[in-house]
Design a protein around this ligand. Structure first.
Ligand code: SF4
Ligand code: SF4
Length: 299
């Protein structure tokens, strides 16, 4: 995996303590997510809104939703219990930037009470360009954008609709707007020196061939890391893909695609598709130790 020899000292400063950006760091540093953002402004065919946002999380998981105040309390409780906790991320259960008041209120509270904790955010990108200034103002160093296509012809099979500028858009138009906004947001973040990870969900027969092109498009706009994740689809998830019998890729298909993109840029291979309320080292889930009930009892 990439190390200090592969990047400038400024970039390495941002990478070395973030368990998702550095394969090495993920053995030593912990992250937590707080589920403060319930709404979403698009529909993905692999998502069922009863569960966490499937752009970042394992499908079929329900996280405990928190208010910004509860989230801030939880961060303090976790930080004192887990000293290696370096990063707080907001990744759902909907889209963090479709809930900007809740997301940024949470950042505001945490930056006051726990200024050493790095803030991190993931988004579908639709409203990202509108929020880049605010993201910068909180010194956020890491943003994840889920980009599954750069061609609306492909996108129309992944996104049935988006809700944008007080209007519902469908089909090719929806996919075109979403793609333009995602790529613009990525360029603006890169320009601001914020490290971007791009998540892509690999959907056989829909975007699997196309993701090499996505990889090139995001690399040329300065994305730091590309995380190609397998579609996890089952009828019981109640998603369009699940109900239609859309399969996910095999481990070999996923690896072949990651290998095909590897020469182009850093590929993330240690993503665990964490819950929107994950706590701890990657791969260890301590969320059950830090429910609101337990945190209130600690106080
Ligand atoms: Fe679901 Fe996330 Fe897609 Fe919104 S962006 S529809 S929450 S997977
Ligand atoms: Fe890191 Fe992947 Fe978990 Fe996000 S879902 S916190 S990128 S390991």
């Amino acid at each position: 995996s990439a190390g200090p020899a592969d990047m400038s000292p400024e970039v390495w400063e941002k990478v070395k303590n973030h368990p998702c950006y550095s394969e090495e760091a993920h053995h030593h540093y912990a992250r937590m997510h707080v589920a403060v953002a319930p709404a979403c402004n698009i529909q993905c065919n692999y998502c069922n809104r009863k569960y966490d946002c499937a752009n970042e999380s394992r499908p079929g998981v329900v996280s405990e939703k928190l208010t910004p105040e509860q989230a801030s309390k939880k961060v303090l409780a976790v930080a004192s219990a887990i000293p290696q906790m370096t990063v707080l991320g907001i990744a759902g259960p909907g889209d963090p930037l479709a809930n900007p008041e809740k997301t940024f209120k949470t950042f505001e509270l945490i930056s006051k009470t726990a200024p050493d904790i790095k803030l991190c955010l993931s988004t579908n990108g639709l409203t990202l360009p509108d929020h880049v200034e605010t993201i910068k103002s909180f010194n956020v160093d890491h943003v994840t954008i889920t980009i599954n296509m750069v061609d609306p012809e492909v996108g129309q099979h992944i996104y049935p609709w988006i809700y944008y500028r007080n209007k519902r858009w469908k089909g090719i138009d929806a996919a075109r707007i979403l793609s333009e906004r995602q790529l613009l947001g990525l360029e603006m973040l890169t320009e601001a020196g914020i490290l971007c990870k791009v998540n892509s969900v690999m959907i056989p027969g829909i975007n699997d061939q196309h993701l090499v092109e996505v990889n090139r498009a995001v690399k040329s706009r300065g994305a730091f890391l590309h995380n190609i994740m397998p579609l996890i689809s089952a009828p019981e998830h109640g998603t369009v893909f699940g109900l239609n019998g859309q399969r996910g890729p095999s481990a070999q298909e996923l690896k072949a695609l990651q290998d095909a993109c590897e020469g182009e840029m850093n590929m993330m291979r240690h993503c665990r598709q964490c819950r929107a309320d994950a706590v701890g080292l990657l791969g260890e889930d301590r969320s059950a130790e830090f429910t609101t009930e337990k945190i209130d009892a600690m106080a």
